[in-house]
Design a protein around this ligand. Structure first.
Ligand code: AVJ
Length: 312
């Protein structure tokens, strides 16, 4: 990380803590330990999204590969450990380039190295970037025929309507002339199923949430008293989203950068939204950003959806 982007992040964090409801962006979950904890979340029995999406991909992979076609550049936003991508890369025989984009550098480079070893003919060009802001695409040695933006995991759910729209517009731009978007979208369902997915019995999601403060202490020199915070996750039915918070049990003053932030006992920090969509709701959002849903695949229980969107 450059000194400059570090300072910009610090400013963003402090600004979030100055709001009437204190908040920190979920992107600060993902240091090395946070990325590992997230990988553990994806293996929890209660966390249905990953296994369900993987099942949808496996079930429909031939059709997906046909839609993508040969010699494409697959640009994955928030690639993490690139688990779901393997299913794609194994089937896309004549694939030109894979561009994994992630904010967690060590994790990204390690999984890029692994993908390179597993797919020797594939050009792998990792980009360390915060994909919520515009970033430059790398230059591949052979010009791909088209760009496919891959955004699995329902990471879109982290964003409120306005910012999700902005992000979809960036993807629209980056997909280029005859490009497309392949996106995983978690669906609205029985709130009990959703709440259990974010309150797992092994406590991994709690550790993941709390790791954010540990990350801030290490990387941005804050002094959150880590023992004083607990994990809270509840489904907001009217907004159709899970809300993760860190709740403070004591009152404490936290130093961060050159500033101090006061927390009352019981006060929370909003750390994540995870929006769940209806099919129509997502289609409307995609349409506003210039995408048309050309194909959609679901699991039998209709927990999760994968959409193939083309430019309208
Ligand atoms: C990576 C944003 C899709 O919202 O389900 C999992 C993150 N947070 N458990 C999600 C997450 C807590 C996850 N996304």
């Amino acid at each position: 990380m450059t000194i400059q982007s570090h300072d910009i992040d610090l400013r963003e964090i402090i600004d979030g803590l100055r709001r009437s409801e204190k908040m920190i962006s979920p992107k600060y979950f993902y240091d090395e330990r946070g990325s590992q904890l997230f990988d553990q979340i994806t293996e929890l029995p209660e966390y249905y999204p990953t296994a369900t999406e993987l099942g949808i991909m496996r079930e429909n992979i031939a059709e997906i590969a046909t839609l993508i076609g040969p010699q494409a550049s697959l640009i994955e936003l928030g690639s993490g450990s690139s688990m779901k991508t393997r299913v794609l890369l194994e089937t896309l025989a004549d694939q030109a380039v894979y561009v994994p984009v992630d904010i967690s550098e060590d994790h990204l480079l390690a999984s890029a190295r692994q993908i390179r070893a597993e797919f020797p003919g594939l050009e792998v060009l990792p980009v360390v970037a915060d994909f919520t802001k515009r970033f430059a695409l790398p230059d591949p040695t052979v010009m791909p025929l088209r760009n496919i933006i891959y955004f699995p995991g329902s990471t879109i759910g982290n964003f409120t309507n306005d910012t999700a729209h902005e992000l979809l517009k960036v993807m629209h731009h980056e997909s280029g002339e005859n490009g497309a978007l392949l996106i995983g979208v978690d669906l609205q369902k029985d709130p009990g199923i959703i709440e259990r997915a974010y309150n797992d019995s092994a406590g991994v999601t709690a550790a993941f949430n709390l790791n954010m403060l540990r990350h801030l202490n290490l990387e941005y020199g804050s002094d959150f008293d880590l023992d004083a915070w607990t994990h809270d996750a509840r489904y907001n039915e009217s907004e159709g989203r899970i809300e993760l918070r860190l709740i403070n049990s004591t009152s404490q003053t936290v130093n961060i950068g050159q500033e101090t932030v006061v927390f009352n006992a019981g006060e929370g920090i909003l750390s994540e939204y995870s929006h769940k969509y209806t099919m129509d709701g997502f289609a409307a959002m995609a349409k506003k950003a210039g995408f048309e849903i050309a194909q959609v695949w679901l699991d039998p229980e209709q927990l999760f959806s994968v959409h193939y969107c083309v430019r309208s």
